[in-house]
Design a protein around this ligand. Structure first.
Ligand code: ATP
Length: 589
Protein backbone atom coordinates (compact mmCIF):
# COMPACT_ATOMS: atom_id res chain seq x y z
CA UNK A 1 0.00 0.00 0.00
CA UNK A 2 2.78 2.40 1.05
CA UNK A 3 4.78 1.63 -2.14
CA UNK A 4 1.84 2.50 -4.34
CA UNK A 5 1.27 5.67 -2.38
CA UNK A 6 4.92 6.85 -2.75
CA UNK A 7 4.94 5.95 -6.44
CA UNK A 8 2.13 8.39 -7.07
CA UNK A 9 4.02 11.29 -5.46
CA UNK A 10 6.33 13.40 -7.64
CA UNK A 11 9.80 14.54 -6.43
CA UNK A 12 8.69 18.19 -6.28
CA UNK A 13 5.83 17.23 -4.08
CA UNK A 14 8.23 15.40 -1.73
CA UNK A 15 10.63 18.39 -1.73
CA UNK A 16 7.83 20.91 -0.95
CA UNK A 17 6.47 18.54 1.71
CA UNK A 18 9.93 18.42 3.37
CA UNK A 19 10.25 22.23 3.23
CA UNK A 20 6.73 22.55 4.58
CA UNK A 21 7.48 20.11 7.39
CA UNK A 22 11.15 20.97 8.18
CA UNK A 23 11.06 24.72 7.57
CA UNK A 24 9.03 25.75 10.60
CA UNK A 25 10.82 23.21 12.81
CA UNK A 26 14.30 24.52 11.75
CA UNK A 27 13.02 28.01 12.41
CA UNK A 28 11.81 27.06 15.89
CA UNK A 29 14.82 24.92 16.94
CA UNK A 30 17.78 26.76 15.29
CA UNK A 31 16.21 30.11 14.69
CA UNK A 32 17.19 29.92 10.99
CA UNK A 33 15.23 30.90 7.95
CA UNK A 34 15.31 28.17 5.28
CA UNK A 35 15.41 30.76 2.49
CA UNK A 36 18.42 32.33 4.13
CA UNK A 37 20.13 28.91 4.28
CA UNK A 38 19.60 28.24 0.57
CA UNK A 39 20.90 31.69 -0.37
CA UNK A 40 23.95 31.16 1.85
CA UNK A 41 24.77 27.79 0.22
CA UNK A 42 24.55 29.25 -3.28
CA UNK A 43 26.73 32.17 -2.24
CA UNK A 44 29.39 29.89 -0.71
CA UNK A 45 29.46 27.79 -3.88
CA UNK A 46 29.89 30.90 -6.03
CA UNK A 47 32.72 32.21 -3.82
CA UNK A 48 34.46 28.82 -3.84
CA UNK A 49 34.27 28.50 -7.64
CA UNK A 50 35.50 32.06 -8.16
CA UNK A 51 38.37 31.42 -5.75
CA UNK A 52 39.45 28.40 -7.81
CA UNK A 53 39.24 30.44 -11.02
CA UNK A 54 41.14 33.24 -9.38
CA UNK A 55 43.83 30.87 -8.07
CA UNK A 56 44.25 29.23 -11.51
CA UNK A 57 44.36 32.63 -13.17
CA UNK A 58 47.02 33.93 -10.79
CA UNK A 59 48.93 30.69 -11.13
CA UNK A 60 48.89 30.85 -14.91
CA UNK A 61 49.91 34.54 -14.81
CA UNK A 62 52.74 33.74 -12.43
CA UNK A 63 53.66 30.77 -14.57
CA UNK A 64 53.72 32.85 -17.74
CA UNK A 65 55.47 35.93 -16.42
CA UNK A 66 57.10 35.09 -13.14
CA UNK A 67 58.56 31.59 -13.20
CA UNK A 68 61.44 29.54 -14.57
CA UNK A 69 60.72 26.20 -16.20
CA UNK A 70 62.90 23.43 -17.55
CA UNK A 71 61.48 20.63 -19.65
CA UNK A 72 63.37 17.38 -20.12
CA UNK A 73 62.14 14.88 -22.71
CA UNK A 74 62.57 11.15 -22.40
CA UNK A 75 65.06 11.01 -25.27
CA UNK A 76 67.45 13.19 -23.34
CA UNK A 77 70.07 11.11 -21.49
CA UNK A 78 69.42 13.44 -18.53
CA UNK A 79 65.83 12.23 -18.25
CA UNK A 80 66.52 8.93 -16.54
CA UNK A 81 69.16 10.51 -14.29
CA UNK A 82 66.70 13.21 -13.23
CA UNK A 83 63.88 10.77 -12.62
CA UNK A 84 66.15 8.53 -10.56
CA UNK A 85 67.26 11.54 -8.52
CA UNK A 86 63.71 12.72 -7.86
CA UNK A 87 62.60 9.23 -6.98
CA UNK A 88 65.49 8.80 -4.56
CA UNK A 89 64.71 12.16 -2.98
CA UNK A 90 61.09 11.08 -2.45
CA UNK A 91 59.85 13.92 -4.65
CA UNK A 92 56.94 11.98 -6.06
CA UNK A 93 53.63 11.57 -4.40
CA UNK A 94 53.24 7.85 -4.87
CA UNK A 95 49.51 7.75 -4.28
CA UNK A 96 49.07 7.41 -8.03
CA UNK A 97 51.63 5.03 -9.43
CA UNK A 98 52.23 2.74 -12.33
CA UNK A 99 54.61 -0.19 -12.42
CA UNK A 100 57.55 0.53 -14.62
CA UNK A 101 60.67 -1.19 -15.73
CA UNK A 102 62.89 1.09 -17.66
CA UNK A 103 62.27 4.77 -17.26
CA UNK A 104 62.99 5.37 -13.67
CA UNK A 105 66.38 4.25 -12.56
CA UNK A 106 68.13 1.69 -14.58
CA UNK A 107 67.56 -1.97 -14.88
CA UNK A 108 70.12 -3.46 -12.60
CA UNK A 109 70.62 -6.43 -14.76
CA UNK A 110 73.45 -8.83 -15.12
CA UNK A 111 74.69 -9.20 -18.65
CA UNK A 112 76.76 -12.01 -19.94
CA UNK A 113 79.99 -10.81 -21.39
CA UNK A 114 79.23 -12.35 -24.77
CA UNK A 115 77.99 -9.99 -27.43
CA UNK A 116 75.56 -7.11 -27.63
CA UNK A 117 72.61 -6.19 -29.75
CA UNK A 118 70.40 -9.16 -30.35
CA UNK A 119 72.66 -11.44 -28.42
CA UNK A 120 72.27 -9.19 -25.44
CA UNK A 121 68.63 -10.15 -25.19
CA UNK A 122 69.56 -13.73 -24.53
CA UNK A 123 72.14 -12.70 -21.99
CA UNK A 124 69.87 -10.43 -19.93
CA UNK A 125 68.78 -11.76 -16.62
CA UNK A 126 65.89 -9.50 -15.71
CA UNK A 127 65.74 -8.50 -12.11
CA UNK A 128 62.35 -9.39 -10.71
CA UNK A 129 62.12 -6.23 -8.66
CA UNK A 130 59.07 -4.23 -9.71
CA UNK A 131 59.67 -0.53 -9.89
CA UNK A 132 57.02 2.09 -9.38
CA UNK A 133 56.86 5.43 -11.06
CA UNK A 134 54.44 8.27 -10.52
CA UNK A 135 51.63 8.13 -13.03
CA UNK A 136 51.95 10.77 -15.76
CA UNK A 137 50.00 14.03 -15.63
CA UNK A 138 50.38 14.34 -11.89
CA UNK A 139 51.63 17.47 -10.20
CA UNK A 140 54.16 17.05 -7.42
CA UNK A 141 55.82 19.58 -5.17
CA UNK A 142 59.40 18.98 -4.20
CA UNK A 143 61.07 20.99 -1.48
CA UNK A 144 64.66 21.44 -2.59
CA UNK A 145 66.61 21.94 0.60
CA UNK A 146 69.87 23.52 -0.67
CA UNK A 147 67.99 26.57 -1.97
CA UNK A 148 64.90 26.33 0.23
CA UNK A 149 62.68 26.39 -2.86
CA UNK A 150 59.60 24.42 -3.75
CA UNK A 151 59.83 23.00 -7.23
CA UNK A 152 56.70 21.97 -9.10
CA UNK A 153 57.12 18.77 -11.06
CA UNK A 154 54.78 17.81 -13.87
CA UNK A 155 55.33 14.59 -15.73
CA UNK A 156 53.37 14.20 -18.96
CA UNK A 157 52.83 11.78 -21.79
CA UNK A 158 53.16 13.52 -25.15
CA UNK A 159 50.35 13.10 -27.66
CA UNK A 160 50.87 10.83 -30.66
CA UNK A 161 50.00 13.33 -33.33
CA UNK A 162 53.31 15.17 -33.21
CA UNK A 163 55.44 12.23 -34.20
CA UNK A 164 57.06 11.28 -37.45
CA UNK A 165 60.12 9.24 -38.21
CA UNK A 166 62.38 12.23 -38.67
CA UNK A 167 61.08 13.79 -35.52
CA UNK A 168 59.82 11.00 -33.32
CA UNK A 169 57.82 12.17 -30.40
CA UNK A 170 59.41 11.86 -27.04
CA UNK A 171 57.37 9.42 -25.01
CA UNK A 172 57.29 11.57 -21.93
CA UNK A 173 58.51 14.83 -20.59
CA UNK A 174 59.10 16.11 -17.12
CA UNK A 175 58.69 19.76 -16.39
CA UNK A 176 60.27 21.49 -13.39
CA UNK A 177 59.07 24.96 -12.41
CA UNK A 178 60.14 27.43 -9.74
CA UNK A 179 58.27 30.65 -9.13
CA UNK A 180 60.44 33.75 -9.36
CA UNK A 181 62.84 35.09 -11.96
CA UNK A 182 65.86 33.33 -10.55
CA UNK A 183 66.70 29.99 -12.25
CA UNK A 184 69.46 29.19 -9.72
CA UNK A 185 67.49 26.49 -7.84
CA UNK A 186 66.88 24.58 -11.06
CA UNK A 187 70.48 24.97 -12.16
CA UNK A 188 71.70 23.72 -8.81
CA UNK A 189 69.33 20.80 -8.91
CA UNK A 190 70.54 19.75 -12.36
CA UNK A 191 74.16 20.09 -11.28
CA UNK A 192 73.43 17.77 -8.37
CA UNK A 193 71.62 15.31 -10.66
CA UNK A 194 74.60 15.16 -13.01
CA UNK A 195 77.08 14.91 -10.17
CA UNK A 196 75.17 12.06 -8.54
CA UNK A 197 74.94 10.26 -11.88
CA UNK A 198 78.68 10.73 -12.48
CA UNK A 199 79.48 9.40 -9.02
CA UNK A 200 77.33 6.37 -9.68
CA UNK A 201 78.98 5.84 -13.05
CA UNK A 202 82.44 6.22 -11.62
CA UNK A 203 84.30 2.99 -12.20
CA UNK A 204 81.48 1.73 -14.38
CA UNK A 205 80.69 1.76 -18.08
CA UNK A 206 77.17 2.71 -19.08
CA UNK A 207 75.68 0.79 -21.98
CA UNK A 208 72.88 2.21 -24.10
CA UNK A 209 70.87 0.17 -26.51
CA UNK A 210 68.73 1.20 -29.44
CA UNK A 211 65.00 0.77 -28.86
CA UNK A 212 62.20 0.99 -31.35
CA UNK A 213 59.87 3.93 -30.84
CA UNK A 214 56.88 3.19 -32.95
CA UNK A 215 53.57 4.57 -31.90
CA UNK A 216 50.72 6.26 -33.62
CA UNK A 217 51.79 4.73 -36.92
CA UNK A 218 55.12 6.55 -37.03
CA UNK A 219 58.36 4.67 -36.77
CA UNK A 220 61.25 5.92 -34.76
CA UNK A 221 64.01 4.80 -32.50
CA UNK A 222 65.71 6.02 -29.39
CA UNK A 223 68.63 5.19 -27.16
CA UNK A 224 67.80 3.74 -23.82
CA UNK A 225 70.22 3.40 -20.94
CA UNK A 226 70.27 -0.32 -20.32
CA UNK A 227 72.75 -1.00 -17.57
CA UNK A 228 76.14 -0.13 -16.22
CA UNK A 229 78.93 -2.58 -15.61
CA UNK A 230 82.25 -2.31 -13.83
CA UNK A 231 84.98 -0.88 -16.03
CA UNK A 232 86.85 -3.66 -17.77
CA UNK A 233 90.56 -3.11 -17.61
CA UNK A 234 92.41 -3.18 -20.92
CA UNK A 235 94.84 -5.63 -19.30
CA UNK A 236 92.12 -8.27 -19.18
CA UNK A 237 91.88 -8.26 -22.97
CA UNK A 238 94.68 -10.51 -24.07
CA UNK A 239 95.88 -9.17 -27.36
CA UNK A 240 99.08 -8.12 -29.04
CA UNK A 241 100.30 -5.24 -26.87
CA UNK A 242 101.26 -3.15 -29.88
CA UNK A 243 97.77 -3.39 -31.37
CA UNK A 244 96.17 -2.50 -28.05
CA UNK A 245 98.42 0.49 -27.63
CA UNK A 246 97.84 1.67 -31.18
CA UNK A 247 94.07 1.86 -30.88
CA UNK A 248 94.20 3.16 -27.32
CA UNK A 249 96.59 6.01 -28.23
CA UNK A 250 94.58 6.86 -31.32
CA UNK A 251 91.36 7.16 -29.34
CA UNK A 252 93.08 9.12 -26.60
CA UNK A 253 94.32 11.68 -29.10
CA UNK A 254 90.95 11.89 -30.79
CA UNK A 255 89.27 12.75 -27.49
CA UNK A 256 91.58 15.68 -26.74
CA UNK A 257 89.78 19.05 -26.98
CA UNK A 258 92.65 20.30 -29.14
CA UNK A 259 91.89 17.57 -31.69
CA UNK A 260 88.30 18.74 -31.93
CA UNK A 261 89.55 22.26 -32.68
CA UNK A 262 92.07 20.91 -35.17
CA UNK A 263 89.30 19.11 -37.06
CA UNK A 264 86.98 22.11 -37.12
CA UNK A 265 89.77 24.49 -38.24
CA UNK A 266 90.22 22.31 -41.28
CA UNK A 267 86.54 21.80 -41.93
CA UNK A 268 86.84 18.07 -41.25
CA UNK A 269 84.01 16.18 -39.59
CA UNK A 270 85.14 15.38 -36.07
CA UNK A 271 84.59 11.63 -36.12
CA UNK A 272 86.77 8.54 -35.85
CA UNK A 273 86.11 5.05 -37.11
CA UNK A 274 87.66 1.71 -36.21
CA UNK A 275 87.20 -1.73 -37.69
CA UNK A 276 87.82 -4.78 -35.53
CA UNK A 277 87.71 -7.95 -37.57
CA UNK A 278 88.37 -11.60 -37.00
CA UNK A 279 86.72 -14.89 -36.01
CA UNK A 280 84.05 -15.03 -33.31
CA UNK A 281 85.17 -15.04 -29.69
CA UNK A 282 88.51 -13.36 -30.25
CA UNK A 283 87.87 -10.26 -28.13
CA UNK A 284 86.45 -7.58 -30.44
CA UNK A 285 83.56 -6.65 -28.17
CA UNK A 286 85.72 -6.99 -25.09
CA UNK A 287 88.27 -4.54 -26.46
CA UNK A 288 85.55 -2.02 -27.36
CA UNK A 289 84.09 -2.10 -23.85
CA UNK A 290 87.50 -1.93 -22.23
CA UNK A 291 88.38 1.13 -24.33
CA UNK A 292 85.14 2.82 -23.31
CA UNK A 293 85.98 2.11 -19.68
CA UNK A 294 89.49 3.46 -20.00
CA UNK A 295 88.32 6.80 -21.36
CA UNK A 296 85.13 7.09 -19.30
CA UNK A 297 82.87 6.86 -22.35
CA UNK A 298 79.46 5.28 -22.64
CA UNK A 299 78.83 2.53 -25.15
CA UNK A 300 75.94 2.87 -27.61
CA UNK A 301 75.44 -0.63 -28.96
CA UNK A 302 73.36 -1.48 -31.98
CA UNK A 303 72.89 -4.29 -34.39
CA UNK A 304 71.83 -4.05 -38.02
CA UNK A 305 70.09 -7.40 -37.80
CA UNK A 306 67.19 -6.41 -35.54
CA UNK A 307 63.93 -6.70 -37.43
CA UNK A 308 62.81 -3.07 -37.02
CA UNK A 309 66.12 -1.45 -37.98
CA UNK A 310 65.97 0.25 -41.36
CA UNK A 311 67.73 3.13 -43.09
CA UNK A 312 65.57 5.75 -41.39
CA UNK A 313 65.82 4.42 -37.85
CA UNK A 314 69.57 3.92 -38.25
CA UNK A 315 70.04 7.50 -39.45
CA UNK A 316 67.89 8.73 -36.59
CA UNK A 317 69.92 6.85 -34.01
CA UNK A 318 73.19 8.19 -35.38
CA UNK A 319 71.82 11.71 -35.37
CA UNK A 320 70.78 11.48 -31.73
CA UNK A 321 74.11 10.36 -30.31
CA UNK A 322 75.72 12.46 -27.62
CA UNK A 323 79.24 13.83 -27.99
CA UNK A 324 82.14 11.69 -26.84
CA UNK A 325 80.77 8.20 -26.87
CA UNK A 326 81.59 4.89 -28.48
CA UNK A 327 79.11 3.51 -30.97
CA UNK A 328 79.48 -0.23 -31.26
CA UNK A 329 78.09 -1.52 -34.53
CA UNK A 330 78.40 -5.28 -34.61
CA UNK A 331 78.34 -7.73 -37.52
CA UNK A 332 78.68 -4.95 -40.04
CA UNK A 333 78.74 -7.40 -42.97
CA UNK A 334 75.01 -8.08 -42.37
CA UNK A 335 73.90 -5.32 -44.69
CA UNK A 336 75.94 -6.54 -47.64
CA UNK A 337 77.68 -4.19 -50.03
CA UNK A 338 77.03 -2.17 -53.13
CA UNK A 339 76.06 -5.31 -55.01
CA UNK A 340 73.54 -6.23 -52.34
CA UNK A 341 74.20 -9.64 -50.60
CA UNK A 342 72.26 -8.39 -47.61
CA UNK A 343 71.64 -11.06 -44.97
CA UNK A 344 68.09 -12.40 -44.81
CA UNK A 345 65.94 -10.30 -42.49
CA UNK A 346 68.21 -7.25 -42.60
CA UNK A 347 66.42 -4.14 -43.81
CA UNK A 348 69.29 -1.69 -43.66
CA UNK A 349 70.70 -1.07 -47.12
CA UNK A 350 74.36 -0.48 -47.82
CA UNK A 351 73.76 3.12 -48.86
CA UNK A 352 71.61 3.62 -45.75
CA UNK A 353 74.50 2.48 -43.62
CA UNK A 354 76.98 4.81 -45.33
CA UNK A 355 74.55 7.66 -44.95
CA UNK A 356 74.07 7.01 -41.25
CA UNK A 357 77.81 6.82 -40.62
CA UNK A 358 78.79 10.06 -42.28
CA UNK A 359 75.71 11.66 -43.78
CA UNK A 360 74.85 15.27 -42.98
CA UNK A 361 72.66 14.28 -40.06
CA UNK A 362 75.32 12.14 -38.40
CA UNK A 363 76.58 13.61 -35.14
CA UNK A 364 80.19 14.62 -34.60
CA UNK A 365 82.41 13.70 -31.68
CA UNK A 366 81.68 10.02 -31.63
CA UNK A 367 84.05 7.11 -32.12
CA UNK A 368 82.53 4.35 -34.17
CA UNK A 369 83.74 0.79 -33.67
CA UNK A 370 82.50 -1.63 -36.29
CA UNK A 371 83.07 -5.34 -35.89
CA UNK A 372 82.84 -8.20 -38.35
CA UNK A 373 83.76 -11.84 -38.64
CA UNK A 374 84.07 -11.46 -42.44
CA UNK A 375 86.22 -8.53 -43.46
CA UNK A 376 86.49 -9.98 -46.97
CA UNK A 377 82.76 -9.43 -47.48
CA UNK A 378 82.94 -5.71 -46.77
CA UNK A 379 82.70 -3.17 -49.52
CA UNK A 380 85.83 -1.05 -49.87
CA UNK A 381 83.63 2.04 -49.71
CA UNK A 382 82.64 1.18 -46.16
CA UNK A 383 86.18 0.86 -44.87
CA UNK A 384 87.80 3.66 -46.79
CA UNK A 385 89.83 6.19 -44.73
CA UNK A 386 87.47 8.71 -43.19
CA UNK A 387 84.97 6.01 -42.39
CA UNK A 388 87.49 3.58 -40.94
CA UNK A 389 90.71 5.16 -39.74
CA UNK A 390 92.28 2.15 -38.07
CA UNK A 391 91.79 -1.57 -38.54
CA UNK A 392 92.70 -4.20 -35.96
CA UNK A 393 92.89 -7.85 -36.89
CA UNK A 394 91.90 -10.46 -34.33
CA UNK A 395 92.95 -14.06 -34.73
CA UNK A 396 92.72 -17.44 -33.08
CA UNK A 397 94.94 -17.77 -30.05
CA UNK A 398 98.70 -18.12 -30.48
CA UNK A 399 101.09 -19.32 -27.75
CA UNK A 400 101.41 -15.83 -26.28
CA UNK A 401 97.64 -15.33 -26.03
CA UNK A 402 97.10 -18.84 -24.60
CA UNK A 403 99.77 -18.14 -22.00
CA UNK A 404 98.24 -14.75 -21.20
CA UNK A 405 94.74 -16.21 -20.83
CA UNK A 406 95.99 -18.83 -18.39
CA UNK A 407 97.71 -16.25 -16.22
CA UNK A 408 94.74 -13.89 -16.36
CA UNK A 409 92.44 -16.58 -15.02
CA UNK A 410 94.69 -17.97 -12.30
CA UNK A 411 96.44 -14.95 -10.91
CA UNK A 412 94.07 -14.36 -8.02
CA UNK A 413 94.66 -12.05 -5.08
CA UNK A 414 94.62 -13.36 -1.51
CA UNK A 415 91.32 -11.76 -0.54
CA UNK A 416 89.49 -13.30 -3.53
CA UNK A 417 91.02 -16.67 -2.69
CA UNK A 418 89.61 -16.40 0.81
CA UNK A 419 86.15 -15.14 -0.19
CA UNK A 420 85.75 -17.63 -3.02
CA UNK A 421 87.11 -20.48 -0.88
CA UNK A 422 90.01 -21.49 -3.09
CA UNK A 423 91.78 -24.67 -1.93
CA UNK A 424 94.74 -24.22 0.44
CA UNK A 425 97.14 -25.89 -1.96
CA UNK A 426 96.28 -23.43 -4.78
CA UNK A 427 99.57 -22.80 -6.66
CA UNK A 428 101.53 -19.64 -5.92
CA UNK A 429 102.42 -17.12 -8.64
CA UNK A 430 105.69 -18.85 -9.59
CA UNK A 431 103.95 -22.16 -10.08
CA UNK A 432 101.17 -20.46 -12.07
CA UNK A 433 103.84 -19.00 -14.38
CA UNK A 434 105.33 -22.49 -14.90
CA UNK A 435 101.92 -24.08 -15.44
CA UNK A 436 101.09 -21.35 -17.96
CA UNK A 437 104.15 -22.35 -20.00
CA UNK A 438 103.17 -26.02 -19.88
CA UNK A 439 99.59 -25.17 -20.82
CA UNK A 440 100.61 -22.96 -23.76
CA UNK A 441 102.90 -25.70 -25.07
CA UNK A 442 100.09 -28.26 -25.07
CA UNK A 443 97.41 -26.21 -26.89
CA UNK A 444 97.82 -26.12 -30.67
CA UNK A 445 98.25 -22.54 -31.97
CA UNK A 446 95.87 -20.66 -34.30
CA UNK A 447 93.03 -23.14 -33.88
CA UNK A 448 91.03 -22.11 -30.86
CA UNK A 449 89.52 -18.72 -30.13
CA UNK A 450 90.42 -17.05 -26.82
CA UNK A 451 86.76 -17.52 -25.84
CA UNK A 452 87.10 -21.30 -26.30
CA UNK A 453 90.32 -21.48 -24.30
CA UNK A 454 88.82 -19.28 -21.61
CA UNK A 455 85.74 -21.51 -21.50
CA UNK A 456 87.93 -24.55 -20.80
CA UNK A 457 89.92 -22.74 -18.11
CA UNK A 458 86.76 -21.60 -16.36
CA UNK A 459 85.72 -25.23 -16.00
CA UNK A 460 88.75 -25.65 -13.75
CA UNK A 461 88.62 -22.24 -12.17
CA UNK A 462 90.12 -23.39 -8.87
CA UNK A 463 92.38 -26.10 -10.20
CA UNK A 464 95.05 -24.89 -12.65
CA UNK A 465 97.07 -28.09 -12.29
CA UNK A 466 94.13 -30.12 -13.54
CA UNK A 467 93.59 -27.65 -16.39
CA UNK A 468 97.20 -28.11 -17.50
CA UNK A 469 96.92 -31.88 -17.19
CA UNK A 470 93.63 -32.28 -19.06
CA UNK A 471 94.07 -29.76 -21.81
CA UNK A 472 95.45 -32.20 -24.39
CA UNK A 473 92.40 -34.47 -24.15
CA UNK A 474 90.13 -31.40 -24.36
CA UNK A 475 91.96 -30.03 -27.40
CA UNK A 476 91.72 -33.36 -29.25
CA UNK A 477 88.03 -33.70 -28.54
CA UNK A 478 87.38 -30.07 -29.52
CA UNK A 479 89.32 -30.51 -32.74
CA UNK A 480 87.21 -33.50 -33.73
CA UNK A 481 84.01 -31.61 -33.00
CA UNK A 482 85.30 -28.54 -34.81
CA UNK A 483 86.08 -30.57 -37.92
CA UNK A 484 82.64 -32.15 -37.85
CA UNK A 485 81.04 -28.73 -37.49
CA UNK A 486 83.12 -27.34 -40.33
CA UNK A 487 82.22 -30.31 -42.56
CA UNK A 488 78.53 -29.76 -41.93
CA UNK A 489 78.83 -26.04 -42.49
CA UNK A 490 80.68 -26.58 -45.76
CA UNK A 491 78.05 -29.04 -46.91
CA UNK A 492 75.34 -26.54 -46.08
CA UNK A 493 77.15 -23.74 -47.90
CA UNK A 494 77.66 -25.90 -50.98
CA UNK A 495 74.03 -26.85 -51.01
CA UNK A 496 72.98 -23.23 -50.74
CA UNK A 497 75.37 -22.22 -53.51
CA UNK A 498 74.06 -24.99 -55.77
CA UNK A 499 70.51 -23.92 -55.10
CA UNK A 500 71.39 -20.32 -55.90
CA UNK A 501 73.10 -21.26 -59.14
CA UNK A 502 70.16 -23.45 -60.15
CA UNK A 503 67.83 -20.54 -59.61
CA UNK A 504 70.01 -18.21 -61.64
CA UNK A 505 70.23 -20.70 -64.52
CA UNK A 506 66.47 -21.09 -64.53
CA UNK A 507 66.05 -17.35 -64.63
CA UNK A 508 68.53 -17.00 -67.50
CA UNK A 509 66.78 -19.70 -69.52
CA UNK A 510 63.44 -18.03 -68.98
CA UNK A 511 64.77 -14.68 -70.14
CA UNK A 512 66.46 -16.25 -73.16
CA UNK A 513 63.24 -17.97 -74.15
CA UNK A 514 61.28 -14.75 -73.89
CA UNK A 515 63.92 -13.01 -75.98
CA UNK A 516 63.78 -15.71 -78.67
CA UNK A 517 60.02 -15.46 -78.85
CA UNK A 518 60.19 -11.71 -79.12
CA UNK A 519 62.74 -11.89 -81.90
CA UNK A 520 60.75 -14.51 -83.75
CA UNK A 521 57.68 -12.28 -83.66
CA UNK A 522 59.67 -9.32 -84.94
CA UNK A 523 61.18 -11.42 -87.69
CA UNK A 524 57.73 -12.54 -88.71
CA UNK A 525 56.43 -8.98 -88.82
CA UNK A 526 59.43 -7.89 -90.84
CA UNK A 527 58.81 -10.63 -93.39
CA UNK A 528 55.18 -9.66 -93.63
CA UNK A 529 56.29 -6.06 -94.28
CA UNK A 530 54.65 -4.79 -91.07
CA UNK A 531 57.85 -3.88 -89.26
CA UNK A 532 57.78 -0.75 -87.11
CA UNK A 533 60.68 1.26 -85.58
CA UNK A 534 60.28 -0.92 -82.45
CA UNK A 535 61.25 -3.94 -84.44
CA UNK A 536 64.76 -2.69 -85.10
CA UNK A 537 67.25 -4.46 -82.80
CA UNK A 538 69.33 -2.27 -80.50
CA UNK A 539 73.04 -3.04 -80.12
CA UNK A 540 72.36 -4.83 -76.81
CA UNK A 541 69.62 -6.90 -78.35
CA UNK A 542 71.87 -7.81 -81.27
CA UNK A 543 74.54 -8.93 -78.82
CA UNK A 544 71.96 -10.93 -76.86
CA UNK A 545 70.69 -12.49 -80.04
CA UNK A 546 74.20 -13.48 -81.03
CA UNK A 547 74.70 -15.19 -77.70
CA UNK A 548 71.42 -16.99 -78.17
CA UNK A 549 72.45 -18.17 -81.63
CA UNK A 550 75.72 -19.49 -80.20
CA UNK A 551 73.80 -21.31 -77.53
CA UNK A 552 71.56 -22.90 -80.10
CA UNK A 553 74.59 -24.10 -82.05
CA UNK A 554 75.97 -25.72 -78.93
CA UNK A 555 72.61 -27.17 -78.14
CA UNK A 556 72.22 -28.82 -81.51
CA UNK A 557 75.80 -30.08 -81.41
CA UNK A 558 75.17 -31.59 -78.03
CA UNK A 559 72.22 -33.40 -79.43
CA UNK A 560 74.37 -34.94 -82.07
CA UNK A 561 77.63 -35.63 -80.24
CA UNK A 562 78.85 -36.40 -76.78
CA UNK A 563 78.09 -33.44 -74.50
CA UNK A 564 81.47 -33.28 -72.81
CA UNK A 565 83.50 -33.16 -75.99
CA UNK A 566 81.40 -30.42 -77.50
CA UNK A 567 81.40 -28.33 -74.38
CA UNK A 568 85.12 -28.61 -73.90
CA UNK A 569 85.68 -27.72 -77.47
CA UNK A 570 83.42 -24.68 -77.57
CA UNK A 571 83.93 -23.42 -74.06
CA UNK A 572 86.75 -21.16 -75.20
CA UNK A 573 84.45 -19.17 -77.40
CA UNK A 574 81.56 -19.06 -74.98
CA UNK A 575 80.65 -16.32 -72.62
CA UNK A 576 81.25 -17.61 -69.04
CA UNK A 577 79.03 -20.43 -67.97
CA UNK A 578 76.86 -20.69 -71.08
CA UNK A 579 78.22 -24.00 -72.30
CA UNK A 580 77.85 -25.58 -68.90
CA UNK A 581 74.28 -24.33 -68.74
CA UNK A 582 73.45 -25.86 -72.05
CA UNK A 583 74.80 -29.23 -71.01
CA UNK A 584 72.50 -29.15 -68.03
CA UNK A 585 69.62 -28.10 -70.28
CA UNK A 586 70.38 -30.98 -72.50
CA UNK A 587 70.76 -33.34 -69.58
CA UNK A 588 67.42 -32.43 -68.17
CA UNK A 589 65.64 -32.41 -71.51
N1 ATP B 1 91.48 -11.61 -26.48
C1 ATP B 1 90.71 -11.88 -25.43
N2 ATP B 1 91.12 -11.58 -24.19
C2 ATP B 1 90.37 -11.85 -23.12
N3 ATP B 1 89.15 -12.43 -23.19
C3 ATP B 1 88.70 -12.75 -24.39
C4 ATP B 1 89.45 -12.50 -25.57
N4 ATP B 1 88.74 -12.91 -26.62
C5 ATP B 1 87.61 -13.40 -26.14
N5 ATP B 1 87.58 -13.30 -24.80
C6 ATP B 1 86.47 -13.71 -23.93
O1 ATP B 1 85.56 -14.44 -24.74
C7 ATP B 1 84.23 -13.98 -24.60
C8 ATP B 1 83.70 -13.45 -25.94
O2 ATP B 1 84.53 -12.39 -26.37
P1 ATP B 1 84.03 -11.20 -27.32
O3 ATP B 1 82.54 -11.08 -27.25
O4 ATP B 1 84.82 -10.01 -27.00
O5 ATP B 1 84.40 -11.77 -28.73
P2 ATP B 1 84.04 -11.18 -30.15
O6 ATP B 1 85.27 -11.24 -30.96
O7 ATP B 1 83.40 -9.85 -30.01
O8 ATP B 1 83.00 -12.25 -30.68
P3 ATP B 1 81.87 -12.08 -31.82
O9 ATP B 1 82.57 -11.86 -33.11
O10 ATP B 1 81.15 -13.38 -31.77
O11 ATP B 1 81.02 -10.92 -31.39
C9 ATP B 1 84.30 -12.94 -23.50
O12 ATP B 1 83.95 -13.56 -22.31
C10 ATP B 1 85.72 -12.50 -23.44
O13 ATP B 1 86.07 -12.17 -22.13
Amino acid sequence: MTGVFLGTLSLTTIYSKILEYAGPRLMSTLGLDINFLVTLTVLCFAIFTSAIYFRDGVKSLLYDYYSCTVKVVSQDPLFSALMTFLEEEGAFNMSKVESQQSQIGEQDTEVKEKGWGQKMKAGLKQSNKIKYAPAPSCEDFFYYKPTGTTITIIREEIPNSQSSWWNPRPKQQVQLTVYGKDPTPLKMLFEEVVERQNNKDHGRTAVYKARQGSEGGATGAEWIRCFTKPVRSLDTVILDEKQKEEISEDLKEFLLPATNKWYSNRGLPYRRGYLLYGPPGTGKTSLSVALAGKFGLSVYALSLSVAWMNDDTLALLFSSLPKNCIVLLEDIDACGNNNSNTKAGVQVSFSGLLNAIDGVASKEGRALIMTTNHRERLDEALIRPGRVDLQIKFAHADKKIIHGLFRAIYEVNESDKRILKFPNDFPDDDEIADLANVFAEKVPEHIFSPAEVQGFLLRHKKNPRRAAAEVVAWAEQELLEKKERERKEKEKEEKEQEEKERGERKERRKRAKEEREKRAKREKRRKEGKASSDDTDTEDEKEEAKKEDDKRVVYSLINEDSANIVVNGINEKMVGGVAKDVVKVNGSA
